[in-house]
Design a protein around this ligand. Structure first.
Ligand code: PFF
Length: 450
């Protein structure tokens, strides 16, 4: 079935294109908003240290596992798990779970990503330059409660994502090759402006001095959970990107590049925000809407005013776009094989269905009472972040650790990687990663808080 449409199976033009696509998937709202916030809440330096350990011990092994499974299976996510497990019923369900996660996450991620387009436009027009902090909250409330605007921006974001995926690996490679360097440059630029206006000493002290007393078992679990979310693991994005990778490219070195660049962007995002947070003594709330309320006014108050604010929201939109591409691709690839249709038809079909589910999230922030009561966006986010991604990631590491044979795994590594790094990596993927992710899941269901 999977071999009927050969057009579907793209191939990366270069290793750097592949790495940028994976970095694009990993870098998103998680880096620019969530990482600075959870690091702040968990006391800074000590948390950063634990997070780095989590990236190396959990994130990196799973990222390599996903790429390895993808390249070895060389099909869509569902048929990869089906065929590599020799049609095992349980492992077939893992493919379904991955697709379900991608479908659900993209539907609401596109709504939030759409907000950045409005904030980009309004920053450019100077709306926030004359706004007080007190006015920023009600402004955000009125915006998300406006059904037509929500649908317009959600549709725009899904449309742009669909157009890029329509072009296949070439479109994805082109988009990330342009967007990611711009993203890196702008994050760096805004961090410099922020440091220029408010200074960096408090930020440096906070991030690089380890106050171990603030570290709790919960924050260790949070670091593990985030390492996992930030690298887009557990829903097959890396499986599908890996399936487009030529034999012979080194998986472990690719994984190291992806994890390193993702972490660098997250740390630079701290340097964009912390100087403002420390300099203005603003309270950091746990609400993700903070990105669209208080910070919108502060960014517009930096040197360069509305242009800096506009660039900031544009770069958040870029980061989100390279993530939404990686969420749509697994669904498109699956639909092409399953319904035996072309990439164009599959992209159109998948985009419309996911868009439809997203409409419920778009209207659930005050626009339509029925949806508001259900709070679809928050519920879907809770379901995906706390359940389907961790469960998917844990099962993927067990699959790679125990279902794939040692020969199959070694055949995907370079001779150096197979000889020197394989034993350690295999130990991590078999025992350390699944057990740690399992502990994260137990934490989610509140086992440790009783
Ligand atoms: N890694 C993205 C972020 O840090 O925002 C979020 C994400 C994207 C999670 C794609 C999962 C995914 F499949």
């Amino acid at each position: 079935m999977s071999s009927t449409i050969k057009e579907s199976k793209g191939e990366w033009g270069s290793k750097i294109g592949f790495i940028l696509a994976c970095v694009g998937s990993a870098v998103g709202l998680g880096n620019i908003w969530k990482f600075p916030y959870i690091t702040y809440e968990n006391g800074g330096g000590a948390f950063v240290l634990v997070y780095l350990v989590a990236i190396v011990v959990v994130g990196l092994p799973i990222i390599v596992a996903e790429m390895m499974i993808g390249r070895h299976g060389n099909q869509n996510v569902y048929t990869t798990f089906r065929d590599l497990s020799k049609n095992n019923k349980f492992w077939k369900l893992l493919g379904v779970l991955c697709l379900f996660s991608a479908f659900v996450i993209l539907s609401y991620y596109s709504v939030v990503a759409g907000w950045t387009l409005d904030y980009f436009w309004q920053s450019l027009r100077g709306e926030f330059a004359s706004m007080s902090i007190e006015q920023s909250g009600p402004r955000f409330g009125a915006f998300v409660g406006n059904g037509w605007k929500q649908i317009f921006y959600h549709s725009s974001f899904m449309g742009i994502t669909g157009l890029i995926v329509w072009k296949g690996t070439k479109g994805i490679e082109k988009a990330v090759t342009i967007l990611l360097p711009m993203l890196g440059f702008f994050v760096f630029l805004i961090a410099c402006l922020s440091i220029y206006k408010y200074g960096s000493s408090e930020t440096v002290n906070f991030l690089f001095s380890s106050d171990l007393s603030k570290l709790t078992p919960r924050s260790i679990l949070e670091a593990v959970g985030h390492s996992f979310f930030t690298l887009s693991l557990g829903m097959g994005a890396m499986v599908i990107y890996g399936s487009y990778l030529k034999k012979g490219e080194r998986l472990i070195s690719a994984g190291i590049w992806i994890a390193t660049l993702d972490t660098l962007i997250a740390l630079m995002a701290c340097f964009m925000m912390y100087p403002i947070i420390f300099g203005t003594k603003m309270a950091l709330s746990s609400s993700s809407s903070m990105l669209f309320t208080t910070l919108s006014v502060h960014f517009n108050a930096l040197p360069g005013g509305n242009i800096v604010g506009a660039i900031f929201y544009l770069l958040v939109a870029f980061a989100a776009l390279t993530s939404t591409i990686s969420l749509l691709e697994p669904v498109v690839s699956f639909a092409m094989d399953t319904f035996n249709i072309s990439r164009n038809k599959s992209t159109l079909f998948s985009t419309v269905i996911i868009w439809l589910l997203g409409v419920a999230s778009a209207l659930s922030n005050g626009a339509v009472k029925f949806f508001t009561d259900l709070d679809v966006l928050t519920r879907l986010d809770y379901l995906a972040s706390n359940w389907t991604l961790p469960v998917g990631g844990m099962l993927i590491s067990i699959f790679c650790g125990f279902v794939l044979s040692a020969d199959e795994k070694r055949s995907e590594l370079s001779s150096f990687e197979a000889r020197v790094i394989y034993p350690t990596w295999n130990f991590l993927i078999r025992y350390v990663s699944p057990i740690l992710v399992f502990i994260v899941i137990l934490n989610m269901i509140g086992v440790f808080s009783k």
